[in-house]
Design a protein around this ligand. Sequence first.
Ligand code: NZQ
Ligand code: ZN
Length: 392
Amino acid sequence: MDNFNFYSPTEFVFGKDRETECGKYVKKYGGKKVLVHFGGGSAEKSGLLAKVRKSLEQAGVSYTELGGVQPNPRDTLVYKGIELCRSEGVDFILAVGGGSVIDSAKAIAAGTLYEGDFWDFYCGTPIEKALPIGVVLTIAAAGSEGSGNSVITKEDGLLKRGTGSDLLRSRFSILDPALTQTLPAYQTACGATDIMAHVFERYFTNTKEVEITDRLCEAVLLTMVKEVPRVIKDPDNYEACANIMWAGMVAHNNIVGVGRQQDWNSHGMEHELSALYDCAHGAGLAVIMPAWMEYVRSHNVMRFCQMATRVFGCQMDYENPDATALEGICCFRRFLKSIGMPINFDELGAKAEDIPVLVEKLGIGDGRRAGFMELDRQDVTRIYEIAVKAKI
Ligand code: NZQ
Ligand code: ZN
């Protein structure tokens, strides 16, 4: 196991109706003038925003609002948010929504206190200060409620890029599983795929002797395999929603990834898909991640056998371990298909002829991307090609 620091300072407030306490938590963490940031309409329609407003008013906290965050959040709204925070003297941002709203809130939080262009942070400039943020989560997916990351798309050129800093970690995150019961099955499945991908990005490692994190990863994956079909079948199943919601946090606050090298190449390749086609991040991952697995499996076939046997219950074929590895990958793809995810370019709405563009935008040049297996331009091209033709 490698040396590590683990820092996860967020206060998680979990359970039914806990969103009615958001005013109290904003106050606890020093918010006096709040920007309530939200998405395209679901939070208004479900009555969640009304509850948030009431809670803030009861706590005596004044607020202003900015809605309209789109999935794959854009820089244009971030600029608007920064202006609003400055002109209104906002000192705390409350994100009410999913990963897109939270990531947009994080960008505004850092951008408001920065004299330059906030996009600098997404091109490598370190974040030195940021307004505090809080979260009321409405979808189990990106894990942004427990991570220090933010991913934003620059409309000009469709560049989807990420940044990270402990300063972006939420002061508190309210997780009420009942809020996820209004999600369409497709969004639930996209979120579930993202959660599993966050675990797999950490699971496929070259670090030896990481039994504790291997087993934690497998626990999250097994939970997803059990609970997701239950929620797809019955969105009102509170207990299944609760398990998935907590799994989404555990999958990405890095507790399952400490002390080990991680991969993240599937995420890199996916971000180019969701930038170009504006597809859901989880749907893009459903197409890319099994293709990546197929391509890299020979790098350490026994690690794929471990996934196949421990997570998907495959029989180990000691004469032909590659067959077991492939069976595990096939089980993952079958699972994704069964919950309604696309598994190839066609089903996602992506085009094979765009592969050179996707590869170019990854900016590999003549180098290699680090990870479980290092990838050059040819490798990445080949993975996209596998994703074009994938079937069950
Ligand atoms: O905008 P509204 O109307 O709210 O609709 C949203 C949106 O259309 C809807 N939705 C959310 N909660 C709902 C609901 N509809 C009904 N009932 C509810 N309770 O779901 C749609 C998707 O929402 P979004 O926030 O985009 O989903 P998600 O949480 O998957 O976030 C995706 C974004 O997060 C980034 C992705 O790249 C993508 O841009 N990621 C962020 C990460 C991070 N910050 O750590 C890590 C991830 O790997 C990921 O890259
Ligand atoms: Zn993700």
